[in-house]
Write a protein that binds this ligand. Structure first.
Ligand code: ZN
Length: 354
């Protein structure tokens, strides 16, 4: 059977139920404790899964329901990091934040996300994607008082992520995605060691591997930063050719309401492209036709079997009802364009038979 065209997926996160964490807030504290928290996270994953299935999303995630934040939610399970004595550091050259310090060799005492993938695999027949923070983005949120070398520290994380990713693959994950918003900021580092270290994180995986690059959630610091980038966002012009030469299979980026010139997608020849057709920085819900328009525009540069309609970024900061409506729009928009492609193919084969 030919591969299904325009398979839909999401960047990763979805809002959490209001009984699990305070809604519409990044880093929202958990509202449950102990065994109830464990059970609550598992129930939330089931709900995130159902919402995606109902919307017709083909490659589903756990909605990142089991972690408070896409980076620290992983780091808090590791050793070698001092979370108690935090220092102020500039994040992605944009905003100051209190960050933990690396004070000893980085270790992972035990697997972090195995139970999440076991649950997903048991609960759905669809393809599963699991998201992990990328090495360069991780080190951008830490003060390094031990390795004293960005590439070395990133490599230490890449080795740990690789172990995690291999375990998740063996438990049934079909896609492992590394989130690397830092790829838009440190272009020299991306070329010099960033992609190489990312490949180290993905080494030996037989499942699909993806990298999500983006300009961040719709939080104020990111919106202000985007204002300074000019009318065309051409950062990808430098990073895409390097990624195109890498072993990573898929690239996820924002295309809806974004100033990324779509012709830059042409630089990703040979890769699957996860085209963001849902803006996560606005609560306005896209119509299916608007989603279809974004997909059609991207089809000018990406073949339909390589194009995966997706969200621009994680939807965790949005109200839950808005996120569900956006999921539905994503599924419906992809169906519109899929039907168009099928009609066109049918017309073509009819004409050929004449
Ligand atoms: Zn993102």
């Amino acid at each position: 059977m030919a591969k299904a065209l325009l398979q839909t997926t999401i960047a990763g996160s979805l809002p959490k139920p209001s009984w699990l964490a305070t809604p519409e807030k990044l880093w929202a504290p958990w509202l449950l404790e102990g065994d109830k928290l464990v059970e609550g996270k598992r129930d939330a994953i089931r709900l995130a899964l159902r919402d995606q299935e109902h919307a017709g999303i083909d490659i589903v995630t756990d909605g990142e329901q089991s972690r408070r934040h896409f980076v620290t939610g992983y780091l808090e399970h590791l050793r070698g990091i001092d979370f108690e004595h935090q220092v102020t550091m500039r994040i992605r050259q944009r905003y100051d934040a209190l960050v933990p310090q690396v004070v000893a060799p980085i270790r992972r005492p035990k697997p972090v996300h195995s139970d999440d993938v076991r649950l997903l695999r048991a609960e759905t027949d669809r393809q599963i994607k699991y998201t992990l923070p990328g090495p360069m983005t991780i080190i951008d949120t830490l003060y390094d008082a031990y390795y004293k070398d960005r590439a070395k520290l990133a490599t230490a994380f890449a080795k740990i992520l690789n172990k995690e990713a291999r375990e998740l693959e063996s438990l049934g994950a079909n896609v492992i995605q590394f989130d690397e918003p830092a790829f838009n900021v440190y272009m020299d580092d991306v070329r010099n060691w960033g992609v190489e270290v990312l490949e180290r994180a993905a080494e030996g995986l037989k499942c699909k591997t993806a990298v999500h690059i983006c300009y961040g959630y719709g939080i104020k610091a990111n919106v202000d930063w985007k204002q300074t980038l000019g009318s065309q966002w051409r950062q990808y012009e430098e990073t895409f050719p390097v990624i195109a030469r890498s072993k990573i299979d898929q690239v996820s980026l924002e295309c809806r309401n974004s100033k990324v010139p779509l012709e830059l997608l042409g630089l990703l020849k040979g890769k699957d492209v996860l085209v963001g057709a849902i803006d996560v920085a606005t609560e306005r819900v896209e119509t299916p036709e608007q989603v279809a328009q974004t997909i059609r525009a991207a089809l000018e540069y990406v073949a339909p079997d390589k194009l995966y309609p997706c969200t621009n970024c994680g939807m965790v900061p949005l109200p839950r009802a808005v996120a569900v409506a956006k999921l539905n729009a994503l599924g419906a928009g992809a169906r519109i364009v899929r039907a168009e492609i099928e009609r066109k193919a049918a017309r073509k084969s009819k004409a050929a038979r004449r």
